[in-house]
Write a protein that binds this ligand. Sequence first.
Ligand code: PMP
Length: 453
Amino acid sequence: MKTLQEWQAADAAHHLHPFTNQADINRKGSRVISHAQGAYIFEANGHRLLDGMSGLWCCNLGYSQPRINQAIAAQLEELPYYNTFFQCTHPRATELAQAISDKAPAHLNRVFFTNSGSEANDSVLRLINRYWDARGKPQRKAIIARQNAYHGSTIGGASLGGMGFMHEQFEPLRGIHHIPQPYWFEASKDVADMDEQSFGLWAANQLEQKILTLGPDHVAAFFAEPIQGAGGVIIPPDSYWPRVQEICQQYGVLLVVDEVIFGFGRTGEWFASQFYQLEPDFIVFAKGITNGFVPLGGVLVSDRVSEALLSHTNDLAHGFTYSGHPVACAAALATLEILAEGHIDKVKNELSQAMLDYWLPLADHPLVGQARCKGLVGALELVKDKSSKQRFAGNGRAGTVCRDMSLQAGLVMRATGDTMIIAPPFILDRNEIKDLTERAWQALDLAQAQLQQ
Ligand code: PMP
């Protein structure tokens, strides 16, 4: 068994990390997570952390789920691999496509499998083109998405996303247009004459404006996360989604709801589209479908889109070697079975309330300009001055300090700029949510002490 220092040295010598300043971690030494149990992860030095992020928003049932492990092992014995190309299928892919369709809104009944959320969003781009071709409107090519959205890291996913710091590092695809996000906390600093709900309508109407500018007959689809996750758990005002839905319907623009984070229970419904009563043409999923244990993503497709796709007489020239991998599908089937045993109802009936009761009062901390939550996600806006909502200098430094202090307090919280975010596993109980928020308060105290130095 290697020592912590040996792991760090080997890592620095050979491993290039995603979303990491490589020079920085090579100097400091990476944090080595050696094992996990339930809702807790353990560092190689023995330090135990409550995982308030469920891994990367994926281990929604925590790390100890022997039934998923058994399903994986059994599938490796029965059929470890086969593909779903060229007119083949296998039992697990078929069962899973059916199981996901059963849980989705009634009008979504077909599934295309990928390995990840990024690939799923790329696949939607391909399917959208094919849909409009079949409908005899190939000129409908423009895509609208939102600033500060995250839709993945492939060229397609990162172009759909609206993160400027990502776009600076490559040449984004042409034809993808970004509209403002429904981020009330930030907007409220500038608009004295608007309340939250009118701002929600304003943000939704940006979609209509963009459609009219591009010409409705040139717009193919609108992509959005139900609540922006990586962008900072940005919960839209209640007025936002109904108006967006109305605009998509009015102009015949396809609605793509990226539920990579929210699918499979995080709002207390199977899909956030049910929570917000949306009628999407595509639901993009990944992450929680296998509880993060093996990679799997995919796209749920509406009946009207499927009908057009099925009308093509040539092959769909798109797919992945591991589309519908049997081991991943077996893991997903076990995950869905466990989720159905009360976990999603628990998010809806118990944990959402615990978040309101324990997370929202963090707004009383001197460092917090706003605390917000929905279902089982939460965010804290760190500010230097509560009344003016003025941020600290240093562009994200306060968030980084608070994230590091959170680790000291035994909690994994993530920082997006100066917004702290959490997405805890569904297996916590009310008392553990309370414990989580006490650790968050402690982290805020420690951060405040540092930031005031
Ligand atoms: N869409 C959303 C909303 C996401 O949060 C993510 C991942 N954080 C992705 C897409 C990309 O998924 P993956 O990392 O599996 O490619």
